[in-house]
Design a protein around this ligand. Structure first.
Ligand code: PLP
Length: 438
């Protein structure tokens, strides 16, 4: 295609004149992998069509929300009906109550829930609530985990455990992150040391139980058990950020998986997003009644939102949850995901390309590494040039995976066996090309 007829390129140039980097969220710009972002014209089922009219099999699915694929008929119908009733009232609705009932019935650790509009907002509010409820300031997060872009959470590891983190973004004053302690994921010794040093001041420990923002790294069972024990022992709250994993890895989220491995296990607070909105701006946080009642207007912790509990977003979320709670939904989805990653692994192995992979429900990750990494520094050992060639090889063949090596992938119920087979055979071609050029 000549440059003058490449609509993606044309749109990207227009966008860059008006929107910083040409995008409204950084990873969309393809900065890590190079090349021109695909501008999406429309999407249906497992596919989207870009501005040139080219079809792609979509393994990003809006970064997780589209678990039913694009334009699921039951969801479209619910949204159309809701739109005709009004876009937003700034007053309570029955649908919010229904969605809250649905969420607490699926996530047993939550007695009460507050709806917001983005995962960032939910994580930020959960931290404020944890600090308000405990009367403490410090928080623990882990290197490689992303909890949205609230100031106190945009932190990378400090130089030692006695010191606190450094901002990862310009515009975040050091004083704002001086209470944020950043530890290595899956490192029990560091966790013990941090609680020994700071235990009485720690309001909460926030964690992605399966870290999808460093591709796909599970918190080990012993590590998670220790997180729970130390929080309980020191009076800190264990906050599960399940914005990505909630209703995605299992109907009850990642916490339902840890509860199988650790009897009686539950987090104190949970943060949800992505799938619960089914593609509309909707997120939530919740937990036990005694903690949630600390929120305004009942309690002293302020939190609010003009569009919170939006009637169109809640209709979309409710219709999505109704589909995914049908019997057998997650078994079928997990089987598809497993087929995909097994096929990719076989394709890589045939060409002696190092490849490790893991998946759960409709979420998967793979690494161009011989073994699954356990923490961020191991994830970063991936050879990014090799990943970039894989990414572009797949993209050329109409397979759309995340344009960065530290992002998880998503399979939807709309992906057919034929879509998976097409993906695997495209991957075979790309791995062959990579190994012959290596
Ligand atoms: C996506 C994500 C967020 C942020 O959600 P937004 O809706 O993008 O603000 C927070 N935590 C995790 C684990 C996420 O994957």
């Amino acid at each position: 295609m000549t440059p003058s007829t490449d609509r993606n390129q044309e749109l990207f140039e227009r966008a860059r004149r008006l929107i910083p980097g040409g995008v409204n969220s950084p990873v969309r710009a393809f900065k890590a992998v190079g090349g021109t972002p695909r501008f999406v014209a429309r999407a249906q089922g497992a596919y989207f069509w870009d501005a040139n009219g080219k079809r792609h099999i979509d393994y990003i699915g809006s970064w997780g929300p589209m678990i039913l694929g694009h334009g699921h008929p039951a969801v479209v119908e619910a949204v159309q009906k809701a739109v005709l009733e009004g876009f937003s009232y700034g007053a309570p609705t029955e649908r919010e109550v229904e969605l809250a009932e649905e969420i607490v019935s699926l996530v047993p650790s939550m007695d009460m829930v507050r709806l917001v509009s983005s995962g960032t907002e939910a994580a930020m509010s959960a931290i404020r609530l944890a600090r308000g409820a405990t009367g403490r300031s410090k928080l623990i997060k882990f290197e490689g985990c992303y909890h949205g872009h609230a100031d106190a959470l945009l932190v990378k590891a400090g130089s030692g455990l006695a010191t606190f983190g450094n901002p990862t973004s310009a515009g975040v004053p050091a004083e704002v992150v001086q209470h944020t302690l950043v530890l290595e994921y899956n490192n029990v010794a560091q966790l013990d040391e941090a609680f020994a040093l700071h235990g009485k001041d720690i309001a909460c420990l926030m964690i992605e139980p399966i870290a999808g923002n460093m591709n796909f790294v599970r918190a080990s069972v012993p590590f998670m058990r220790r997180c729970r024990e130390l929080c309980t022992q020191h009076g800190a709250l264990l906050v599960f950020d399940e914005v990505m994993t909630g209703f995605r890895v299992a109907l009850g989220g990642a916490q339902s998986l840890y509860a199988k491995a650790i009897p009686g296990f539950k987090p104190d607070l949970s943060v949800l997003g992505k799938v619960i909105g089914g593609g509309m701006p909707l997120a939530a946080f919740g937990g036990p009644r005694a903690i949630m009642e600390q929120l305004a207007p009942q309690g002293p912790v302020y939190q609010a939102g003009t569009l919170s509990g939006n009637p169109v977003a809640t209709a979309c979320g409710l219709a999505t949850l109704k589909e995914i709670r049908k019997a057998g939904f997650f078994d079928a989805l997990a089987a598809k995901t497993a087929t995909l990653v097994a096929g990719l692994k076989a394709a890589a192995s045939a060409e002696s390309i190092p490849f490790s992979t893991d998946c759960e429900g409709g979420m998967f990750g793979f690494f161009l590494l011989p073994q699954l990494p356990q923490n961020y520094s191991q994830v970063m050992q991936t050879e990014s040039a090799l990943f970039n060639r894989l990414f572009h090889g797949l993209l050329d063949r109409g397979i759309y995976i995340a344009p960065a090596l530290y992002e998880a992938g998503f399979v939807s119920s709309a992906h057919s066996e034929a879509d998976l087979a097409e993906t695997i055979s495209a991957a075979k071609e790309v791995f062959q090309a990579l190994s012959s050029r290596a």
